[in-house]
Design a protein around this ligand. Sequence first.
Ligand code: MCA
Ligand code: AMP
Length: 495
Amino acid sequence: MTDDDLTHDDDTYGAGDLFPALRSSSGRPALRFGDRSLTYGELADAAGELAVRIGGASRVALWATPTLETAVGVVAALLAGVPVVPLNPKTGERELGHILADSAPRLVLAGPGDELPAPLAAHERVDIPVTGVGGPPPGPVDPAAPAMVVYTSGTTGPPKGAVLPRRAIAATLDAVADAWAWTGDDVLVHGLPLFHVHGLILGVLGPLRRGGELRHLGRFSVDGVRRELADGGTLLFGVPTMYHRLAETVDEDPALVKALAGARLLVSGSAALPLPDHTRLTTATGRRVVERYGMTETLMNTSVRADDPTPRPGSVGVPLPGVGLRLVDDGGQPVTSYDGETIGEIQVRGANLFTGYLNRPDATAAAFDGDWFRTGDMGVRDADGSVRIVGRRATDLIKSGGYKIGAGEIENALLDHPGVREAAVTGEPDPDLGERVVAWIVPATPDTRPSPAELAAHVSAQLAPHKRPRVIHFLDALPRNDMGKIMKRALGMDA
Ligand code: MCA
Ligand code: AMP
């Protein structure tokens, strides 16, 4: 099926009506954030009223705090058929300015009382209600229509907006439901941020599409996980840093062991969960953590299935229903062997894919080989078709705490600081974050070098706190080759 085949009359993925439970499950619990909650009926009323208010807008931005308001805002936008751009409330000035200029939202949705920074002052603001009187049932919406624009880092330059159509959201949520036997009886627990695919699409829209419940922790904590899983939670989503923090605690925390052992399914994603953490959690709780592999541009590609009898630490499982996956070697030829050894770039296709980067036809064209999307991840396939990720094509992409961070954007922000003459950014292994951001700085003048804390604060203020360098080295010069290119591999050799 091609994009052109998808019309209002041919909604193969059920993308027109993303949340049937809004109409059919009025008394059931839908969302709980701390002591605030909404049933499906209350959510339908609040989001329905907001949908009427924003209907017809070309695009809206959403100040995506970890609150009930964010969930109501995103559901309202989807009901209204208005594309929504989730914003990280900690985004710094430079990055926020870029996202707003690039996505040109007509309105900004925010919680009443949220203070918005200067770059948003010029935008018309709509406060998100958590009560309301509903609205008319949503009209037909083209499954190929854009639902969300999610910003994601590349190796160089500012983040790009991945345009996600409604059908991708429907297709991916239904595919993971199949892999994880996810139903309306499940109670999902997580503390993920709500401006990325993991926390917002899987973690908020996922339970709402199934008619189940979300209990959001506000922010991740071991205490929150223990409490909510002990109180009826059945599913846990997290990035590896979160599972690492649970693994660090299980040995002295019998109540946590009991809570994790009682969950139906523990799912990790956004980065690789190291084997020692798999082992520690399984040894302590008797439960395995299943990994799934996704990407902002592709939503979910593969997962270990809940009914897979074989423990598979280190594997991201098999392609999800509807996802085509191939490995391609350096010469551009598909790898045909399933030998667990031959490495190729993972390429995917299917209804789960984005339609392109906003305003970036060049980057969109470069990302595809025909209808295959080049993920940049390198993997191998075992005889049973399950995939293991062995690395990334680009060394300039860093995954820290599950966030993707481009070295180039941090280098540019550092070069903006008056005390910096040259800057290079690399990633190095970190037991908690997976990788940590390391900056290599040549100061503008040797005797007035800025402090590491000042440079970290500068990056936090310009980009986002999770992009700040955790380690800073000062050098007299950066190692360069004859062409003048920085030799990043030489950095750290004698640091
Ligand atoms: C510290 N802070 C600072 C500074 N230093 N703020 C300003 N300037 C500074 N110099 C603040 C931080 O903002 C934060 O505030 C607090 O101190 C601690 O921050 P930090 O040490 O950075 O992190 P952490 O709290 O230890 O966070 C670890 C984490 C987090 C909870 C695991 O990294 C996280 O939530 N990761 C999830 C990433 C994710 O969802 N990725 C999905 C994208 P405060 O306490 O107020 O927060 S990938 C995806 O979507 C694909 C599709 C996929 O496959 O899933
Ligand atoms: P993002 O662009 O932030 O959506 O991050 C997507 C990237 O996260 C992928 O291209 C992978 O490199 C990585 N990723 C996601 N899930 C996993 C996983 N289970 N194991 C290893 N890497 C993962």
